[in-house]
Design a protein around this ligand. Structure first.
Ligand SMILES: Nc1ncnc2c1ncn2[C@@H]1O[C@H](COP(=O)(O)OP(=O)(O)OP(=O)(O)O)[C@@H](O)[C@H]1O
Length: 314
């Protein structure tokens, strides 16, 4: 994060001052340089086991979400993606393993503190009846409000910007339940953005969105990561959009992570078969240079014998 690294730089300067400030100018090179304290990853799951009642879904999952990157979680229906997201966001308590937020066990942090750092949009959220879009988006500001201190100007700016990013400003005064599924989904995204957290977890945010709006949303998420240093973990079902926008793809099956890495390394026909049991070719679009998966039910064996489309050129 820009701000975080700035703070760290100042800290190091201070440490240099403390170490060397009173030492004559000729001697510093003989002193060892002070070690830079390693910054813990923003969000890590270690050996996570989680599920519902007696049913175990996650089975020893390890995941470190890369800071300032867009990580996309893929996997077949029921593979445990939402369960992993909920466990990482503390909505679900793991039966074993730990989640660390900025190096501290997330279950030892208070709710407000977590909500100021991590925003999650679950699958299929529902809003109280009659709530306007502006009110819904304003709910994203709750973690920043205190009884004795409110920053109305900052709240209003965050709400305005979030609505603009998600392109819902024109609906601001309308009731959420009078919107289409796609419009409503964008309002929820705006609510998470209004929370202004560095970490954003989104569970299938493109549901109900038309393709153009899906692309716009992924462009926005990519900008949030690459230009604003936010850390994003997003569940998607669209393989091609995932391969086009992810810095890291995490592929789950049966409650475990089977593959993870940059799309050029893991978005392969063999991995799509192993994770999704999907017969497909992975080709590179000659114009965008992006990887594209083309399902080939029934023709896979013949198609993959063609070297022109079989391999994934880096
Ligand atoms: N609240 C719940 N109570 C009981 N079982 C649940 C609950 N939520 C999910 N499950 C079960 O846990 C397993 C994993 O579900 P999960 O929602 O994590 O999968 P997913 O990969 O997100 O699936 P999808 O792509 O369909 O959204 C599934 O077998 C599901 O039936």
């Amino acid at each position: 994060m820009q701000e975080g690294s700035g703070k760290q730089a100042r800290f190091i300067e201070n440490e240099n001052f403390l170490s060397y400030g009173l030492v004559p100018a000729t001697t510093p090179t003989s002193r060892p340089m002070p070690s830079i304290p390693a910054k813990p990853p923003r969000l890590t799951g270690e050996a996570l086991c989680a599920g519902y009642d007696s049913r175990r879904v996650l089975d020893g999952v390890d995941l470190t979400v890369a800071e300032g990157k867009l990580t996309i979680l893929l996997g077949p229906n029921g593979s445990g993606k939402s369960t992993l997201l909920k466990t990482l966001a503390r909505t679900l308590t793991p039966s074993a393993g730990r989640v660390y937020l900025d190096g501290q066990d997330i279950h030892r942090r208070n709710t407000r503190e977590v909500a100021q750092r991590l925003g999650i949009l679950p699958q299929g959220p529902s809003a109280p009846e009659g709530l306007t879009v502006r009110q819904l988006v304003g709910m994203g500001r709750f973690p920043h409000r205190r009884l004795w201190r409110q920053d109305a100007e900052r709240d209003a700016r965050a709400i305005r910007e979030a609505m603009a990013h998600a392109d819902v400003t024109e609906f601001a005064e309308r009731s959420v339940d009078a919107l289409s599924g796609g419009q409503r989904q964008r309002c929820w995204i705006a609510m998470v953005l209004a929370q202004e957290t560095d970490l954003i977890l989104l569970d299938e945010p493109t549901t109900f969105l038309d393709l153009k709006v899906q692309v716009d949303l992924l462009e926005l998420l990519s900008r949030l990561a690459h230009e604003h240093g936010r850390t994003l973990l997003v569940v998607l079902h669209d393989l091609n959009l995932a391969a086009a926008y992810a810095d890291t793809l995490v592929m789950m099956r049966d409650g475990a992570i089977l593959r993870q890495g940059a799309p050029r390394d893991v978005f392969t026909a063999a991995n799509l078969k192993a994770v999704f049991d999907l017969d497909a070719n992975v080709i590179r679009d000659p114009h965008s240079r992006r990887l594209v998966c083309v399902p080939t039910p029934g023709v896979h064996a013949a198609a993959t014998s063609s070297p022109a489309i079989e391999g994934v050129a880096p």
